[in-house]
Design a binder for this molecule. Structure first.
Ligand code: FES
Length: 112
C-alpha cells in the first residue's frame, strides 16, 4: 500500500525502515523525517506524516509485543511518543494559523 504519493513510499518500506531502527536501539525516538532520511527521501507536502506516525506507533508496539518487553515500559514509551506527536500536530496547526493571519494582514494592507 502506498503511504507517500509524493515520494512513492510503500507501507512495507516504512515498516522495514522502522524495524531496522528498532534493531539498532528499540527505545530510540523515530520520526517521519528520520524514516524518510534513511530512505534518501524527504517530506514534500508532508500530508503523509500523520499516517507515518501511526505506522511508527503500530510497528513499535508490535516489536515490543514480539520481544515480550514488560508492558509498563512499552506503555510509558508509547505515551511519550503520542504526546510528542500531539505536540507536533499542535505546533503545525499554530504555524498554519499564523501563516493565514499573515496573509490576511498583507491583503488588508494592500487594500488600504
Ligand atoms: S504524500 Fe508524503 S510528502 Fe507528500
Amino acid at each position: 500500500m502506498l503511504v507517500c504519493q509524493c515520494n512513492v513510499i510503500s507501507r512495507r518500506d516504512i515498516v522495514s525502515t522502522i524495524q531496522d531502527f528498532l534493531a539498532e536501539d528499540e527505545w530510540q525516538f523515530i520520526t517521519p523525517l528520520k524514516v524518510y532520511h534513511s530512505l534518501n527521501k524527504r517530506g514534500r507536502c508532508c500530508g503523509c506524516f500523520p499516517n507515518v506516525v501511526d505506522i511508527i506507533v503500530e510497528t513499535t508496539e508490535a516489536w515490543h509485543r514480539e520481544k515480550a518487553t514488560p508492558e509498563a515500559e512499552v506503555i510509558d514509551f508509547l505515551d511519550k511518543l503520542r504526546a510528542e506527536h500531539e505536540r507536533m500536530t499542535q505546533e503545525r496547526a499554530q504555524a498554519n494559523r499564523e501563516r493565514v493571519d499573515a496573509r490576511l494582514r498583507k491583503k488588508k494592507l494592500r487594500a488600504a
